[in-house]
Write a protein that binds this ligand. Structure first.
Ligand code: GLU
Length: 276
């Protein structure tokens, strides 16, 4: 049985690109189950009113899903348990670098920002701290970002791959982003960790999402291997553009489903315009 999900972050209102992504997952689960998950681990960027608006928009579009909806902020202890496993295997280390430290050290190492997310690849500064330096800094700072030691992790798992329905068999390259942060000082879990764990816990068999998240799957595949999870199938779909050819994006203040609805558009019209 196919199990898919739509997993929006309630950081704004849905736009037609989200509607496409939700309908894509819904359609792919015709013979199975479609789940909704609210990815709200970042308390600064996520707002309950956006979560309510997302649910209302999706219902208005005609989508239905089983209750209860998994809301990530209610499951922080699950993510903490996974972090403990990784920490226990010596795969996480605390990082005390500021953004400025990273930019300086990466520039000295002549590292370029990663093309996908624009962040510099972490030059590994805190990976080299001794146990006593770590303990001392932890006591001094009170908290840290926890990074995954990608090289050590890859050594434990060996070569990995996953299957994408659009692109075929993909060899995993988890080192593309360097040592990613799995738990932040202010948010004690990361997108990569929560999404991988939840897809596992919810029995998702097919992860559908936009192509902008394709590269993240390299890291998710590594986490699956480390945490002994099965690997779902993937289908990263093309990102949708508005009638003027611009990609729908929250930060560009794309037209929202709420605005279109207020202007009198029907769900059928929106579905037709985005190909559903
Ligand atoms: N929460 C993520 C977002 O809104 C999507 C997660 C996923 O589909 O893997 O961008």
């Amino acid at each position: 049985m196919t199990v898919t999900r739509f997993a929006p972050s309630p950081t704004g209102f849905l736009h037609p690109g989200h509607a496409y992504s939700a309908l894509f997952a819904y359609d792919a689960a015709k013979d199975g189950a479609f789940l909704l998950r609210i990815e709200d681990i970042d308390p600064v960027r996520c707002k309950p009113e956006f979560a309510s608006a997302i649910i209302e928009d999706l219902r208005w579009l005609g989508l239905r899903w089983p209750e209860p909806v998994r809301v990530q902020s209610q499951h922080m202890e699950d993510y903490a348990a996974a972090l403990d496993i990784l920490r226990g295997r010596g795969l996480l280390y605390p990082c005390f670098c500021t953004r400025r430290d990273i930019e300086r050290d990466a520039a000295n190492a002549a590292a370029a920002p990663h093309a996908e997310d624009g962040n510099f690849i972490y030059p590994g500064t805190c990976r080299h701290l001794s146990a006593s330096e770590r303990a001392e800094k932890l006591a001094q700072h009170g908290a840290a970002n926890w990074r995954l030691d990608i090289a050590a992790a890859m050594k434990q798992t060996g070569a990995l791959s996953w299957h994408d329905r659009a692109k075929g068999q993909i060899a995993a390259q988890p080192d593309l982003f360097g040592d990613v942060v799995l738990a932040r000082k202010d948010v004690p879990a990361s997108y990569h960790l929560c999404v991988t764990m939840d897809d596992h816990l919810q029995g998702v068999t097919l992860v559908t999402r936009g192509e902008d998240l394709f590269a993240s799957t390299h890291i998710h595949r590594l986490l699956q291997a480390l945490l002994d999870y099965e690997t779902p199938d993937y289908h990263h779909h093309a990102l949708q553009t508005d009638p003027s050819g611009r990609r729908y994006a929250k930060r560009d203040k794309s037209v929202t489903l709420q605005t279109l609805r207020a202007e009198g558009k029907t769900p059928e019209e929106i579905r037709r315009e985005i190909g559903y």
